[in-house]
Design a protein around this ligand. Structure first.
Ligand code: PRP
Ligand code: URA
Length: 206
C-alpha cells in the first residue's frame, strides 16, 4: 500500500522547522506535538460514528459521536513517545502500549528491549514512530502487535524513506502508513536524507 502523505501547508511549515538543525529541543517537542496531531486526525478519518440525539439551546437535533471502540496508541520507544500526547488530548477513550526497540549503531538492525501492551483485539491500534528509515523497527513492531492480537493497525511516521515504506508494504501490505514527509532515501549509515537527524536525540537533547 502506498503511504498517505499529509498534504497541508501547516504540515510543510512544521516539517521545515523540524528539519532545521538550529531548532532547539523545547521547540522541537512542540513541533512534534503539532505534526503528530495533524497525523492523528488524518489517520482516524475512517473511525466509526453513531447517531446521538441532543438538544441545542434552540431545538432538538440528531448529531454524530464516535462509536465506542477504544483506540490504542503504541509508541516505539523512545522517539515515538513524542507522538502520544495528541491522541490523549483529542480522543475520549485511549489506552497506551509501549514497544522498546533500539537500532544498533553499526548494523542499523533494531533490538527489542521492552514490551507492554494492553488488550488489542477489536481495537484500532495506532503505532507511532517519527522515523521510518530502513523500516526494520516498524516491521518488527507490527509483528509484535499482530502477535498480541492486533488486527486493525495503522503506522504513523513523521519522516519516511521510500525503502522503509516499501519494506512495511512488503511485510505488512494491509497496514496503512501515514507520513508527513517522504524523503529521498537513506545514507550509508541508514539515516534518512535530507531527514532531520536523530529524532530521539533532538527531542530529548541527548
Ligand atoms: C529510531 C527511530 C525508529 C528507528 C527507525 O530509533 O525512532 O524507531 O530509528 O529506523 P529503522 O526504520 O531503520 O528501523 P532509534 O533506534 O534510534 O532509538 P531511539 O528512538 O531510542 O533513539
Ligand atoms: N532514526 C533517526 O532518528 N533518524 C534517521 O534518519 C534514521 C533513524
Amino acid at each position: 500500500m502506498p503511504a498517505h502523505i499529509l498534504q497541508h501547508p501547516l504540515a510543510a511549515h512544521i516539517i521545515t522547522h523540524l528539519r532545521d538543525k538550529t531548532t532547539k529541543p523545547a521547540t522541537f517537542r512542540t513541533l512534534t506535538y503539532q505534526i503528530s496531531l495533524l497525523l492523528a486526525i488524518e489517520a482516524t478519518r475512517q473511525l466509526a460514528t453513531d447517531s446521538k440525539s441532543i438538544e441545542t439551546p434552540l431545538e432538538a437535533v440528531s448529531g454524530r459521536v464516535l462509536a465506542r471502540q477504544p483506540i490504542v496508541v503504541v509508541p516505539i520507544l523512545r522517539a515515538g513517545l513524542g507522538m502520544v500526547q495528541p491522541f490523549l488530548d483529542v480522543f475520549p477513550d485511549v489506552s497506551v502500549g509501549y514497544i522498546g526497540l533500539e537500532r544498533d549503531h553499526e548494523t542499523a538492525v533494531a533490538r527489542s528491549y521492552y514490551c507492554k501492551l494492553p488488550a488489542l483485539a477489536g481495537r484500532h491500534v495506532f503505532l507511532v514512530d517519527p522515523m521510518l528509515a530502513t523500516g526494520g523497527s516498524a516491521a518488527q513492531a507490527i509483528d509484535v502487535v499482530k502477535s498480541a492480537g492486533g488486527t486493525e493497525i495503522a503506522l504513523l511516521s513523521i519522516v519516511s524513506s521510500p525503502e522503509g515504506v516499501a519494506l512495511v508494504a512488503r511485510q505488512h501490505p494491509e497496514v496503512p502508513v501515514f507520513t508527513a514527509a517522504l524523503d529521498r532515501g537513506l545514507n550509508t549509515k541508514k539515516y534518512i536524507v535530507p531527514g532531520l537527524g536523530d529524532f530521539g536525540d533532538r527531542l530529548y537533547g541527548t
